[in-house]
Ligand binder design. Structure first.
Ligand SMILES: Cc1ncc(COP(=O)(O)O)c(C=O)c1O
Length: 391
């Protein structure tokens, strides 16, 4: 019968995601050096771990407010308001990591057939989510130095619903300038676009770079969906907590979606997050300084290697490396695997990432040292053999 389908076959939503996604389905095995994931190798700070233990002891073991712990939301609203625009606790929903914030944002605001602009290369989750809701991801290539191409964005903006910005950018490490963000705000206003800003790496910005948060751009305020996570700033990837801040009707809708998918958030983890937000600490700055040392180490190792170009990232903890020998992302990924190093294919992050790979330096110094050294040998070997073949 025509409408009889194999019930083991994934739904159309899954098929749509699979049709576009290049996100790896499995984590690297124990026998390789992993420079592939965005997981800081630091322990979560002791005062945050202790706050979790205290919270459990104090009985934070029940369902909580659907939108998130009220005290945590109040603390977050106060912190957000330090950006110059005022935010209320009702405009914040606590989510299952930054991923939960981005997912709830997209599912609660985007309809099937909508067009969503993705300046790329960019974080690969976004396109998957856009596909999930049967909307259309519109990849807009960034400039050669990976900044926003505002003319290209203006050309496709009419009729679009949202633009998704990763700032600082994963995988390129670019931090956008104030004038760039202001121009983006003007464009969004002209075309009535929502602006989702994912600032997961806002505390990992290197010396000499001025980070301007989208929170400080007044023209963005009425259309801003600000997504944040505790994962990177506080080394809390495994705790699964983040938040979305947006105008109240959007937050209400996103909270409904988030609750539908996840139920309420973990009560005790939210108390630990409250300690993270309210306890003064130089931890984030110290961890950023350590990432900077690893960044320099990785750049130094690759400095003399011919056949590649490497941008020094402004922020986040990734090198985005281009093959000048015409190697594909896939070829480099496979070769790295033979050298015992796991990295990510550049084309996972959008079509213009083809020919690039992403190297994370969030692992230990020893792993960065050994892994990047092996990759240096790999690039030399591959570039050399490619030249010999073309002679
Ligand atoms: C830009 C960006 N946003 C969001 C996330 C997801 O963060 P979380 O672990 O909080 O879900 C990541 C993780 O790598 C990321 O790179």
């Amino acid at each position: 019968m025509a409408n009889e389908r194999d019930k083991h076959e994934p739904s159309l939503a899954v098929q749509r995601i699979a049709s576009i996604s290049r996100r790896p389905a499995v984590r690297p095995g124990p026998d390789v050096i992993s420079l592939s994931s965005g997981d800081p190798n630091f322990e979560t700070p002791a005062y945050i771990r202790q706050a979790l233990i205290d919270a459990i002891t104090e009985g934070y073991t029940h369902y909580t407010d659907n939108q998130g712990d009220p005290q945590l939301r109040a603390a977050l609203a106060a912190q957000l308001s330090a950006g110059g625009q005022s935010w209320t606790p009702a405009e914040v929903v606590v989510t299952h990591g930054g991923s939960g914030a981005v997912a709830a944002s997209v599912i609660s605001t985007i309809n099937p057939g909508d067009r969503v602009l993705l300046p790329e290369p960019t974080y690969s989750l976004y396109a998957d989510l856009v596909r999930f809701v049967d909307a259309e991801p519109i990849f807009v290539q960034q400039t050669a130095d990976f900044h926003l191409d505002l003319d290209a964005l203006a050309a496709v903006a009419p009729g679009a619903s949202m633009i998704m910005l990763c700032h600082p950018n994963n995988p390129t490490g670019v931090v956008y300038s104030r004038s760039e963000l202001e121009a983006l705000a003007a464009l969004a206003e002209a075309h009535d676009l929502l602006v989702l800003a994912d600032e997961a790496y806002d505390h990992i910005v290197y010396p000499g770079v001025a980070f301007v948060s989208t929170l400080t751009i007044p023209a963005l305020r009425p259309r801003l969906l600000y997504c944040q996570t505790f994962s990177k700033t506080y080394a809390m990837t495994g705790w699964r907590i983040g938040y979305l801040a947006a105008p109240e009707p959007i937050v209400k809708a996103a909270a409904r979606i988030h609750r539908t998918f996840n139920g309420t958030m973990n009560a005790a983890v939210q108390r630990a997050a409250l300690a993270a937000v309210t306890t003064p600490s130089d931890g984030p700055a110290l961890r950023c300084a350590e990432f900077d040392r690893r960044r320099q180490l990785a750049l130094d190792i690759l400095a003399g290697v011919e056949g590649i170009s490497v941008n020094a990232p402004d922020g986040a903890f990734y090198l985005f490396v281009k093959s000048l020998d015409g190697l594909s992302s896939h070829e480099m990924l496979m070769a790295a695997d033979e050298f015992g190093v796991a990295i990510r294919a550049g084309n996972e992050y959008g079509p213009s990432g083809e020919g690039f790979v992403r190297i994370a330096f969030s692992s230990s110094v020893q792993e960065v040292q050994e892994g990047v050294t092996r990759l240096g040998h790999m690039f030399r070997t591959m570039g050399g053999s490619r030249h010999r073949q073309t002679l």
